[in-house]
Each structure stands twice: as structure tokens, then as C-alpha cells.
Ligand binder design. Sequence first.
Ligand code: FAD
Ligand code: EPU
Length: 317
Amino acid sequence: MKRGPKDWRTGFAERFDCRLQRDEPLWRHTTYAVGGPTPLMVWLDKEELLVEARRYLDDCGVGARVLGGGSNVLIADQGVDVVVLRLCGRLARAKLLERSRRLIEVAVGAGMNLSSLLAWARKQGAAGLTGLAGIPATVGGAVKCNAGTPTVAMADRLIEVRLLERGRLRWVAAERLGFGYRRSSIGSRRVVVAARLRLPCSTQAAMQRDLVRALAGRKLQPRSVRSAGCFFRNPPADSAGRLIEQAGCKGWSEGGAQVSTRHANFIVNQSSAAARDIWRLSLRVSRQVRKTFGIKLQREVECWGSFQASPAHRRAG
Ligand code: FAD
Ligand code: EPU
């Protein structure tokens, strides 16, 4: 990081009127409850603020990444050297744009929780997202990762996405964003600011049936234990969970991390795990699956920071 005559963090705090926190521990913001500090966490509630803040950080030569629900990241114990941005306020609201008898169109800020969007849509009588119930994401994270289940994915409902890209805001058609299974071409430099969705209208009874079905699809998944969902992507026409179980890894542990005894593709933080424990266990699992089946599992969870020789920052308590 370049440092000017004045510390860039002091400069940032003087210049921007927003909530911020220096040396914020990231375990507080991830579903895994692991991860060391970021030099600065910033909460942004307006587009102009986001654009200006990003420009300032670029000028200082400081990297920045957006954290949504923190439900698909494993953050190293010694933390990261980038600023972590959170989107809130006006960047976390839904607005009805159009309604016909069969469809509604909605614009939604990327910082909104997916669960709040689902509840909002249900009040509007709009279905189409119910299959995503139980995913602890924000809209921005769900768009970037194309969160989904075997029956529906975020991209299925997207018309266009508002991106901050090279200092400019623009709407980009969903077809141009390379969506596929848990994938998009959004990358780590662009920020999803909002999304425009088209949702089919439905009855409350039908939506309730869809919800029950969606939650039933999760009956194998561990509950009330910290995780980042499935750790590995499913290989084509196969299931990583099945492969991991049949390779004999269910119940394996490393420090406070465990391969869930319910669903083998969940590596859980069972008791004050360090990020390093989770990382090491994931390597053992993928080695074992490769040895048993000759299949190389691809990680779904993103790793931030360095995982070489990290001193464990265990969560206090
Ligand atoms: P984060 O984890 O915060 O970030 C993930 C990536 O998105 C990072 O690269 C981050 O920089 C980027 N990002 C976040 N917001 C923005 C933004 N506004 N602009 C640009 N980039 C952004 N996933 C599924 O697909 N299906 C499931 O059924 C599912 N079930 C889960 C169940 C549990 C219990 C848990 C803990 C996780 C589950 N997941 C599932 C994984 C996870 O919820 C998804 O990958 C989700 O899309 C991550 O969203 P997030 O907001 O938490 O993103
Ligand atoms: N299975 C096993 N052992 C296990 C786990 C699963 O044999 O330990 C078998 C199951 O019996 C089933 C098959 O594997 O026959 C598939 O399992 P499951 O129905 O649980 O689905 P999945 O493919 O493991 C996928 C998504 C989940 C999503 C569910 C919704 C991936 C990697 N996983 O799970 O997404 O919630 O479908 O049904 O695509 C995530 O991406 O983080 C995630 C949780």
C-alpha cells in the first residue's frame, strides 16, 4: 500500500461522512466466525459515496473488496490488507418498478439481505425467489456467486445489474455477465450496486408450498453450526457430498473444524476453529477424494488473505 504524508485511513475518515471502523476483526462478519482484521471497514449508504470512496482508495493505491453476508468466504487468521466495503441504507432497499397481472419488476440494492428480499417479494405476491430460501446472502453476493439450488438460481430472475466499474456506474444486461453454475464474470474489481429482477406473481398458498419444498431440500444440511454452506462445487452430474462421504471423510476433524456428520460437503466450525483448521481440513478432504475417485474438487468457498503459515487468531470465548 502506498502511504502519503498523512495516513490514508486518517485521510479517509476526514473526507467521508460514513460509519467506519479501523482494524475491524472480520470474524464478526462471516458465517464461519473466523478471520483476522481488515485495516478499515466502511459502511456506504449512497451510490455517490461508494464511487468517491472507491476513487479515493484507488488514488491511495489501496485495494478494496465488498463483503456481503460473509457466507461464502473463508478469511485468513491474520486478516487481509484490503479495505472491506459494506453496502447499507439506500443501497439495501427494494423498490417496486412495475406490476402487471402476471409479473412484477423490482430494483433492489445489493446490500439487502436475500431473506428480506424474499419476505418483501412475498408481501407483493411475487414468487420466483422462494427456492433460494435459507441462503444467508446479500443480493450483491448472491448475484456475483449466482447463488442457487438445483431448481433455481439468482441469474434466472435477473434482467440487469448495476455495476461500479472503473469509476463509473452502469446497468449491464444479465446475459452479458457470464452466469453459470455458481459463477459469473463479475470478478473482484467490480461492485454490484443494484439489480433489476422480474418475478412471476403467485398465490400465497403456492408460495408456501414452494417454501416448504425449498426447506425440505436442506434437510441433510447441518443446522445451528457455523459454515459457509457447501465447501466444494458439485462436479458435473455428481455430488461433492456423496464423493466426500464415500471417500470416508465424514466426521474428519482438524482443530475446531469438522467435516459435518450430516452433510459431508459442509466443513463446519464446530468449536472455535481457526481459519487455518478449516483450510487444512479442506485440503485433506480434496486429496482423499482425488486419491479415491481421481476427481479434483473445485472450491466453492472463496479464500481471502494468506493461508501459508498463519498464526491462529482464534475467536475469543
Ligand atoms: P459474501 O460471502 O460476503 O461474498 C462472496 C463473494 O461475493 C465475494 O467475492 C465478495 O466480494 C462478493 N460480493 C459480495 N457482495 C458484493 C457486491 N455487492 N458486489 C460485488 N461483489 C460482491 N449458496 C448457494 O448458492 N446455494 C445454497 O443453497 C447455499 N446455502 C447456504 C447455506 C448456508 C447455511 C451458508 C452459510 C451458505 C450457503 N450458501 C449457498 C453459500 C452463500 O450463501 C452464497 O454463495 C452467497 O451467494 C454468498 O453471498 P454473500 O452476500 O454472503 O457473499
Ligand atoms: N449426499 C451423500 N452424503 C452426504 C451429502 C449428500 O451421499 O454427506 C448425497 C445425497 O444423499 C444426495 C446427493 O448427495 O443424493 C445430493 O445431496 P443434496 O441433495 O444435499 O444436494 P447437494 O448437491 O449436496 C446442493 C447445493 C446446495 C443447495 C442444495 C439444495 C452445491 C454444491 N450444493 O447441495 O448449495 O443448498 O443443493 O438442495 O451445489 C451451497 O452452494 O453452498 C449449497 C449449500
